[in-house]
Design a protein around this ligand. Structure first.
Ligand SMILES: [Zn+2]
Ligand SMILES: [Zn+2]
Length: 231
């Protein structure tokens, strides 16, 4: 039986736009039959604005604490939760999913990440075996990123509250030979009582081997040896 992993998940401890708690996210993914997911909280000024009176040096610790809370909630339901992020730098409104992230990388570079751009971050990412993939690149408001500055793009974004033009993203990835990733862009738990559509885990990748660490995830994404989940 293949294993399912979502590559785009937010929770409210770090992502202030996400109503989902760590417990709710773990519950929704366990119930949907996933083996795990990547925690891709927003690494953007919006995640740190409320602590603006504090030095940037605290950003990494705040971000890592949110991940660890989610990893523990996942572990209680036999889910593997890996560290990733959705990075939005100051230069524009693009969002970039970063896979293979480590706590050491965050502690070393967190203070400078928002001042970088796609070109400089991609160079840094390559030196640390991270994958740099533009999230929902054809959603309204996004700017086209030079494919040479990317490892991949999100070709399947499952958010029911946005039109991500996934078909255009798929064609773009094929044309420029980019890794095509997919994720639910989960923010809103299935049980939320809200006047807009909630998130149901509906995307990610299906693989034959278990993914227990970021090294394996990066290797699989580079190999192309996975099936996109499109429910
Ligand atoms: Zn968000
Ligand atoms: Zn997102």
């Amino acid at each position: 039986m293949p294993y399912k992993y979502d590559l785009h998940v937010h929770t409210g401890t770090v992502s202030r736009c996400a109503p989902a708690t760590s417990e709710e996210a773990a519950r929704d993914y366990a119930e949907a039959g996933y083996a795990g997911f990547v925690s891709t909280n927003h690494f953007s000024i919006d995640s740190f604005r409320h602590m603006e009176d504090r030095p940037r040096i605290k950003w990494a610790e705040h971000f890592i604490r949110g991940f660890e809370e989610l990893r523990e909630a996942g572990a209680r339901r036999n889910l593997t939760v890996l560290l990733g992020m959705e990075l939005r730098m100051h230069c524009n409104f693009n969002d970039y999913l970063v896979y293979g992230l480590t706590e050491e990388f965050l502690r070393e570079f967190a203070e400078n990440l928002l001042d970088m751009n796609a070109h400089s971050f991609h160079k840094l990412a390559s030196e640390h075996n991270l994958l740099f993939c533009q999230a929902h690149p054809f959603r309204p408001g996004m700017t086209v990123t030079n494919p040479a500055d990317l490892d991949g793009i999100e070709v399947r974004n499952g958010c029911p509250r946005h039109n991500s033009s996934n078909d255009i993203a798929k064609a773009w990835a094929a044309k420029y030979n980019l890794i095509g990733v997919g994720g639910s862009d989960y923010h809103v738990p299935t049980t939320a009582d809200v006047p807009f559509p909630v998130d149901r885990p509906n995307s990610g990748i299906e693989v034959e081997e278990k993914i227990c660490d970021n090294e394996t995830l990066v290797k699989i994404l580079r190999s192309g040896n996975y099936k996109l989940i499109e429910e």
